[in-house]
Design a protein around this ligand. Structure first.
Ligand SMILES: Cc1ncc(COP(=O)(O)O)c(C=O)c1O
Length: 163
């Protein structure tokens, strides 16, 4: 019965996201463990829009060092910025210039950022981030937790995505 459910999930992911290869895990933290061990080398730098506890733990157990690159507004609970999950690309640029893109295996991105109180990231910011990381040959690893809720905030708050 269990195996059947996994195959069903695999088929649904392939159908909806178009990915050819899928590795099912028991929980998010199981995926974080595998991903961190595969992608991070000792001394690597992992920038992220804040962190989730187990995400950062696995990154640092694998030998990486986490750096927070979320916008300053995210650290101010009274600030009413509509997308406090956004990345400050200047903060990322400082890390790339200081350590070099080769020491950054990926940028760790969360939607509805847990440690910021569930704040969303905008489509515009994600697109700018992807343009920057593409130019420097850096991956984005997107933790899809609460991605549907983040999409709702984009639809509600970001011009051009109302429909
Ligand atoms: C952003 C984020 N990443 C990873 C996890 C870990 O997921 P799991 O509890 O399934 O191990 C969580 C859990 O809440 C999370 O909020």
């Amino acid at each position: 019965m269990r195996a059947v459910k996994v195959f069903h999930m695999e088929a649904a992911i392939k159908e909806n996201y178009g990915y050819k290869y899928i590795v099912p895990t028991h929980q998010g933290r199981g995926a974080e463990n595998i991903l961190s061990k595969v992608l991070i080398k000792k001394g690597d730098i992992i920038p992220g829009n804040m962190y989730f506890t187990t995400t950062r733990l696995h990154q640092e157990l694998a030998g990486g060092k986490f750096y927070d690159i979320i916008i300053d507004e995210a650290h101010d609970p009274t600030n009413e910025h509509p997308f406090k999950g956004n990345v400050d690309i200047n903060k990322l640029d400082v890390l790339v210039k200081k350590y070099g893109a080769k020491r950054i295996p990926y940028v760790s991105i969360a939607t509805n950022v847990n440690m910021a109180g569930g704040q969303p990231i905008s489509m515009d910011n994600l697109k700018k981030l992807r343009a920057y990381t593409k130019k420097h040959g850096i991956r984005i690893i997107h933790d899809m937790t609460r991605v549907a809720e983040n999409a709702y905030f984009i639809q509600q708050r970001e011009k051009g995505y109302e429909e």
